[in-house]
Design a protein around this ligand. Structure first.
Ligand code: GLU
Length: 553
C-alpha cells in the first residue's frame, strides 16, 4: 500500500484495531433455521419513549419469536448532542414493563445479555473504526477537512444554482484531494470527518424492495455522506449497517421516515461487501385532527408518550392488545373467537401490517379493550394492579386500599369473579378511586344534592317509615332474589307497584313503582343513582354501615 496512505490511516487510527476478518469470526452467522427472523429495535435515547416505538418493538419481538429467531435491543447513542441521560434505561424498562422481552441487548438493570454485543453504539467505536480503516485502505472513504463555513457556503452556492444540496460529485472537493494534502491538514491540527466515496450516480435508477411498501424505483445515492464525525463516533447510517451485519439481523423493521435512506443503506452494505437485511418500513400511527389524519406527534399529543398510559393506569395487557389491533386488524376477530386465550397465541402477520396508510389511533378503542381486559381479571389481580399503580401515582388511594385489604378486595369483587356478566365499567386504575369512594365513610357525600332531592320528593317521614320497614326484614345474607322480594314487600306496603307493568296499567293507583324505593336506598347508601348491583354492594358494606347510612336522614 501507498506509504503515505498508511501513515495517514495510522495518524487517524493510532489504536490497535481488529481486522474485518477477525470480526467475522467473533460475530459468526447464527445457527438458526433458515426461516428464523433476527430483528432489532434500535432507539436513539433522545428523550421519552414514543408509543410508536413500543409498536415497532412489539412487532419486531413477535415476528422474531414466532419464527424461533432473536429479538435485540440496540441503543443508538452516537449523537451525543441529542442524548438525554437515562432514556436508554427508560426504553429497556418500558419493554420489560410491557413484557416485550429482548433476547439480547440492554435489560432494565442496564446489564447486557447476548454474545453479539456490545449493544450500545457508543461502546462499539473499535468495531466502526476497524471498518472505516478498511474503507480508507480500499479507497472507498476519505477524510474531509471542509469547515462548517465552507459547507455553508457550498449550500448557499447550490441553492443559488438550483442544484441539489449536499456533498457529492464535483462539489465534494476533498474527494479528489491527495493523501499528502490530507496529511498537511492533519499537521495543522485540523480534525476531519470521514466520508464515504459514493460509487453511485444520481441519474441511475435502482429498484429497492421493501416488505411492506413493495418494489420502488429510486435514484442511486451519490452523496459522500459522513460516516465518522470529528468526535470519532460514526453516523447512524454507517453504524446501523455495521451493527445489522455483525448482529446478523435478517429483518430491519423501522419507521418509514427511513425509507428515503434505503438507497444509501443498500449502497453501504454493498461497499462493505455484505448482503443487506430485508427491510420493512412501518407506516406511522396516525391521529384524527380536525377531520384530517396526521402522524401521532410527540409535540402535540400526550398519548404519543408512553408514560401517559402508565400514569393513567391502563393495564399493560390492554395497551399490548390495542397495539396488536393496530398492527393486524384481524386481531379483533381472533380475540372474539378466543376470549380467554393469552394474546401471545395470536400469530402476528407481517403481510397484514398497514402498507402506506398508518393505523389510526383511537383512545376510545383502547378504553373499550381495556375494559374487557380488566373485566377478565380476578379481584386479587385488580387489587394488586391498582395498589401498585396507586403507590406511584395516588398515595391516598394506596393508603385506603392497604388500610383494610379484605374490604377493598370485596369491593373490587362486586360483579366480578362469580358474575355471569362481569362489570365492564373500569378502563384504568385511575378510575378505581371514584368507583370505590362511596364505600368509605370519609368520602361519601352524605348531604349530596341527590339526597336532598329524593327526600323532598318522597317526604322525610315517609322515607323514615320505608327505611325502618326495610331494615326490619333485611338480612345481610340475602341474595338477589330474596333481597328484591323484600324490597317489593316494602314498596307495596307504602303504595308503590311491585313492578313496572302493574304501575303502567294503573298509574293513578300508585305513588310510583319499586324502582323508586331502590333508588332511594341506593342514593342513601352511595350518594349516586348509578352503581353496580345494589344487593352486592350492601353485602360488602355490612350491616352496621348500612344501618348508619339509611338512618341518616
Ligand atoms: N436510531 C434510529 C431511530 O431512533 C433507528 C432506526 C432503525 O431502526 O434503523 O430512529
Amino acid at each position: 500500500m501507498d506509504n503515505n496512505l498508511d501513515l495517514l490511516i495510522k495518524k487517524l487510527f493510532p489504536e490497535n484495531l481488529p481486522s474485518p476478518a477477525e470480526l467475522e469470526i467473533k460475530y459468526p452467522p447464527r445457527q438458526l433455521a433458515e426461516t428464523a427472523m433476527v430483528t432489532r429495535v434500535a432507539p436513539s435515547p433522545t428523550g421519552f419513549v414514543h408509543f410508536g416505538g413500543l409498536y415497532a418493538s412489539l412487532i419486531s419481538k413477535r415476528l422474531a419469536h414466532q419464527s424461533n429467531g432473536v429479538f435485540i435491543l440496540r441503543i443508538e447513542d452516537t449523537d451525543k448532542k441529542r442524548e438525554v441521560e437515562g432514556t436508554a434505561e427508560l426504553f429497556a424498562n418500558s419493554l420489560k414493563q410491557y413484557s416485550i422481552i429482548n433476547d439480547e441487548g440492554l435489560n432494565e438493570k442496564t446489564e447486557e445479555k447476548g454474545s453479539y454485543g456490545p449493544y450500545k453504539q457508543s461502546e462499539r467505536s473499535d468495531i466502526y473504526h476497524a471498518y472505516i480503516k478498511y474503507l480508507l485502505q480500499q479507497g472507498k472513504a476519505y477524510p474531509c477537512f471542509a469547515s462548517t463555513e465552507e459547507l455553508e457556503a457550498l449550500r448557499a452556492q447550490q441553492e443559488n444554482m438550483g442544484e441539489r444540496s449536499g456533498y457529492y460529485g464535483h462539489f465534494a472537493t476533498w474527494r479528489e484531494k491527495s493523501v499528502e494534502e490530507a496529511l498537511e491538514a492533519l499537521e495543522k491540527g485540523l480534525k476531519p470527518v470521514i466520508r464515504l466515496k459514493s460509487p453511485g450516480n444520481f441519474q441511475n435508477k435502482i429498484m429497492v424492495d421493501d416488505l411492506l411498501i413493495g418494489r420502488r424505483e429510486m435514484p442511486e445515492n451519490d452523496q459522500d455522506i459522513v460516516i465518522m464525525k470529528t468526535d470519532g463516533l460514526p453516523t447512524y447510517h454507517f453504524a446501523h449497517a455495521v451493527d445489522d451485519h455483525l448482529m446478523r439481523t435478517t429483518h430491519v423493521i423501522r419507521g418509514n421516515e427511513w425509507f428515503p435512506s434505503l438507497p444509501l443503506h443498500l449502497q453501504l452494505f454493498s461497499v462493505l461487501g455484505w448482503q443487506a437485511p430485508a427491510y420493512a418500513h412501518l407506516a406511522p400511527i396516525q391521529k384524527m385532527d380536525n377531520g384530517n389524519k396526521r402522524k401521532l406527534s410527540k409535540r402535540k399529543d400526550q398519548e404519543a408518550d408512553l408514560s401517559y398510559y402508565k400514569k393513567a393506569g391502563y393495564p399493560e395487557e390492554a395497551v399490548i392488545e390495542y397495539l396488536l389491533n393496530l398492527a393486524n386488524s384481524n386481531f379483533e376477530d381472533w380475540r372474539r373467537e378466543n376470549p380467554n386465550a393469552n394474546n401471545e397465541e395470536f400469530v402476528l402477520s407481517l403481510k397484514k401490517l398497514a402498507k402506506s396508510n398508518g393505523p389510526l389511533f383511537d383512545l376510545i378503542k383502547l378504553t373499550d379493550i381495556s375494559k374487557e381486559v380488566i373485566a377478565k381479571m380476578s379481584a386479587e389481580e385488580v387489587f394488586t394492579h391498582t395498589l401498585n399503580w396507586a403507590k406511584e401515582f395516588n398515595q391516598n388511594l394506596a393508603k385506603r386500599l392497604e388500610a383494610d385489604t379484605t374490604y377493598a378486595k370485596q369491593i373490587l369483587n362486586i360483579e366480578r369473579e362469580n358474575a355471569v356478566k362481569p362489570r365492564k365499567d373500569i378502563a384504568k386504575w385511575s378510575d378505581i378511586e371514584d368507583e370505590i369512594s362511596y364505600f368509605y365513610d370519609d368520602s361519601l357525600n352524605v348531604n349530596s344534592a341527590l339526597k336532598k332531592e329524593i327526600l323532598n320528593e318522597i317526604g322525610n317521614n315517609e322515607v323514615k317509615l320505608i327505611i325502618s320497614d326495610f331494615l326490619a326484614i333485611y338480612d345481610i345474607k340475602d341474595e338477589q332474589e330474596e333481597w328484591f322480594n323484600k324490597l317489593k314487600t316494602v314498596a307495596e306496603k307504602h303504595g308503590y307497584a311491585s313492578n313496572n307493568k302493574e304501575y303502567k296499567a294503573s298509574p293513578d293507583k300508585y305513588k310510583g313503582q319499586v324502582g323508586a324505593v331502590a333508588k332511594l336506598i341506593r342514593i342513601l347508601l352511595t350518594g349516586r343513582t348509578q352503581t353496580p348491583n345494589l344487593c352486592a354492594i350492601m353485602q360488602v358494606m355490612r350491616q352496621e354501615r348500612i344501618k348508619k347510612r339509611l338512618n341518616n336522614i
